[in-house]
Design a binder for this molecule. Structure first.
Ligand code: FEO
Ligand code: CA
Ligand code: CA
Length: 653
């Protein structure tokens, strides 16, 4: 059996959309890149303020200008064969880093027939570039840095003939190559004498992490019984990370990988066990046949989570408990061991996005990207203290996990997922705090969180600390969950963006006020192909250029909100949208303007800038035609694209 690219992606989209929240919670209607070295060197000087986007300045001023967006928007790209990247007039896009490009100095050159083996793949760029962050070097922040990016999952063209099975089993060499193409790339980048950004090769910083890299465990679950397996009786060393979607960073200069759809890599064939094991069932782990994505368990026993009472710790039944966390990585220390931070709670985490108060108190916001799941924030117990490196390195191991309730009157509450509070008691099935964190979704059900339309990225305004979240879509809204004020459209194919203000702009507040920023979709009055008005569920409130399914989201220094989309551009409801897009919104006027369109079949994701905002990198994930990769060859390759303004100016002006 082999899988072709398009059917793989059709199946994958169906998996992404699977709703598995059984809770009957009432819906709302019913109810730094300066990095630690820079901070150490310069204290919280001007450079640090620049890195933090002014978050420390305490200026809670509204956006002053009604013309934040300076470029001319471009039209939708409707060509069914479009196979390039088109950007606003006056800007240029250059492919910068593609699947298979050398990362380590001794990496073999990539073979366009995809014949590289897994040992080569371990030294080359992984597949499906996703969340990304630029970490500047302190002595030349605007011209020298480390570009760090996730490789979320793999596509069939990873192999010469797609993904194969022999006698019902995946060949081990294919599985190892797929595992090697997951994870993270860290690449050194620098401006050359002509002022052009280039990769630095070789570099002592260049590094690959994969689904085979040993990682430590921090926080309340470290060494916990629930994390022990036959291969790791300590419960303190986890092999690898998978499905790292979006990401985050800390003010002390580390990167946060987020484990999203990890459940698709496991299977538990014991139906009786699966039915009562919340840490499997509530996350949608497969119960029969193959695991949902790749069938790795047929070649690598670690991914078969069926209990085996003949083995210590029942074999690998706990292996899925070791995924779903935040992984903290120090990009400036190539020898450092990544650490899974369990205080953040376990779910299908899209992102982990920092908000930092003037006094060093923090929140990290996350979406759980599945229909009917929740928006969370983790508040570390301690405060960030510039220069206190050793203390800062402990900050992510203790704190409070909260989940959001969006009330119909525009108020909101953060519900603490703390044992003994909000119904998280022994009587309700939670024996201790470790179990609350392990089964964060079940804890959020119990606490009464609001089921949302697939929460994806979060972005925090650099000055006001206003928080925005993309809710990408939910065709089951109005079916499995009633509509409500935050999720107002039944059969919601186009998604929406919400925003909220924490009480007193305090990241750690437990109360907030919220509103819908926009509903994505067609313009009111739009007609479909037969000349009929678009139905209300497909009609949005966008002031400007249309799009569907917002996913990636980030603010630049000036407060422009950049929106990236992820929809199936072949679907009937998307015909007016064209290919996936990068848009820019003004939070004050709510105007939206289209900045970039990608090739057919791709998702636009990942976004980061040099600190002067004159270079922007984005990722083109899983293009399906022959989008020109960094070598100009023809096999479709997920790629990082560098965008600059032709006059050298700030992007977006
Ligand atoms: Fe990997 Fe929710 O996108
Ligand atoms: Ca995403
Ligand atoms: Ca998405």
């Amino acid at each position: 059996m082999k899988q072709d690219f398009q059917s793989f992606h059709a199946n994958l989209s169906a998996l992404d959309d699977q709703a598995i929240n059984p809770s009957a919670n009432p819906s709302l209607g019913q109810l730094v890149d300066q990095g630690r070295r820079n901070l150490l060197k310069g204290g919280m000087g001007l450079a640090a303020l620049g890195f933090l986007g002014g978050a420390l300045s305490g200026c809670r001023g509204a956006v002053q200008s009604d013309s934040l967006i300076g470029f001319s928007g471009i039209p939708t790209q409707l060509d069914p064969k479009f196979d390039s990247v088109q950007v606003a007039p006056g800007y240029s896009a250059r492919t910068f880093f593609s699947w298979g490009d050398a990362v380590l100095a001794d990496a073999p050159a990539w073979n366009p027939d995809a014949s590289d083996d897994w040992q080569a793949q371990l030294k080359q760029a992984g597949d499906n570039h996703d969340g990304m962050h630029f970490f500047p070097f302190p002595d030349a922040p605007d011209s020298h840095g480390l570009l760090v990016m996730n490789h979320e999952y793999v596509n069939p063209p990873l192999h010469p003939n797609g993904m194969t099975f022999i006698d019902g089993k995946r060949p081990l060499d294919e599985v190892r190559k797929e595992q090697a193409a997951h994870g993270l790339s860290i690449i050194e980048v620098k401006k050359d004498a002509q002022g052009q950004w280039q990769r630095v090769m070789p570099s002592r910083y260049n590094r690959r992490l994969s689904a085979m890299t040993p990682m430590g465990v921090g926080g309340p679950l470290a060494g916990n019984e629930a994390l022990k397996t036959v291969a790791d009786p300590s419960g303190r060393e986890i092999i690898g990370t998978v499905n790292n979607c979006s990401s985050g960073f800390t003010p002390w200069g580390t990167y946060l990988m987020c484990e999203e759809n990890w459940h698709n890599y496991f299977v538990n064939h014991d139906a009786a066990d699966l039915a009562k094991r919340t840490s499997h069932k509530r996350y949608g782990i497969a119960g029969e046949g193959l695991s949902k994505l790749y069938g790795w368990e047929t070649a690598d026993a670690r991914f078969n989570a069926t209990p085996d009472p003949t083995q210590p710790h029942s074999g690998y039944v706990n292996e899925p408990n070791r995924f779903g966390w935040v992984v903290e990585v120090d990009p400036f220390d190539p020898q450092s061991k990544p650490v899974k931070r369990t205080a953040f709670g376990r779910y299908c985490r899209e992102c982990s996005v920092l908000s930092l108060g003037e006094d060093g108190r923090m929140a990290f916001y996350s979406g759980d990207d599945t229909k009917g799941e929740y928006v969370y924030k983790f508040v570390p117990a301690g405060r960030f203290v510039p220069g206190a490196d050793q203390a800062n390195r402990q900050l992510l191991d203790s704190g409070t996990l909260y989940v959001a309730r969006f009330n119909a009157d525009g108020s909101g509450e953060w519900l603490a997922l703390v044992h003994g509070q909000n119904g998280l008691t022994v009587e309700n099935g939670f024996t201790d705090q470790a179990e609350v964190l392990l089964n964060a979704r079940a804890a959020a059900d119990q606490a009464g969180a609001t089921p949302m339309d697939r929460p994806e990225w979060v972005a925090v305004h650099p000055r006001s600390r206003e928080v925005y979240v993309t809710l990408t879509n939910n065709d089951n809204r109005g079916v499995k969950w009633p509509t409500d004020k935050a999720n107002p459209r039944p059969v919601n194919l186009h998604g929406q963006i919400l925003r909220w203000n924490e009480k007193d702009a305090d990241p750690t507040a437990t109360a907030f006020t919220w509103e819908v920023f926009l509903l994505a979709g067609e313009q009111p009055g739009a007609k479909d192909a037969s000349g009929q008005p678009a139905p209300p569920n497909l009609t949005g409130t966008i002031n400007g250029d249309i799009f569907s399914s917002p996913d990636g989201l980030a603010f630049d220094e000036a407060g422009r909100l950049w929106i990236e989309t992820d929809y199936g551009d072949e679907e009937a409801a998307m015909q007016a949208m064209g290919t996936n897009q990068l848009l820019c919104a003004d939070p004050h006027t709510r105007e939206v303007r289209r900045f970039l369109v990608g090739p057919r079949g791709c998702e636009i994701t990942g976004i980061t800038w040099s600190p002067d905002y004159r270079a922007m990198w984005i990722n083109i994930q899983h293009p399906e035609l022959s989008f020109p990769a960094s070598d100009g060859k023809t096999r479709p390759r997920s790629s990082t694209v560098l965008i600059t303004k032709n006059d050298g100016g700030v992007i977006g002006t």
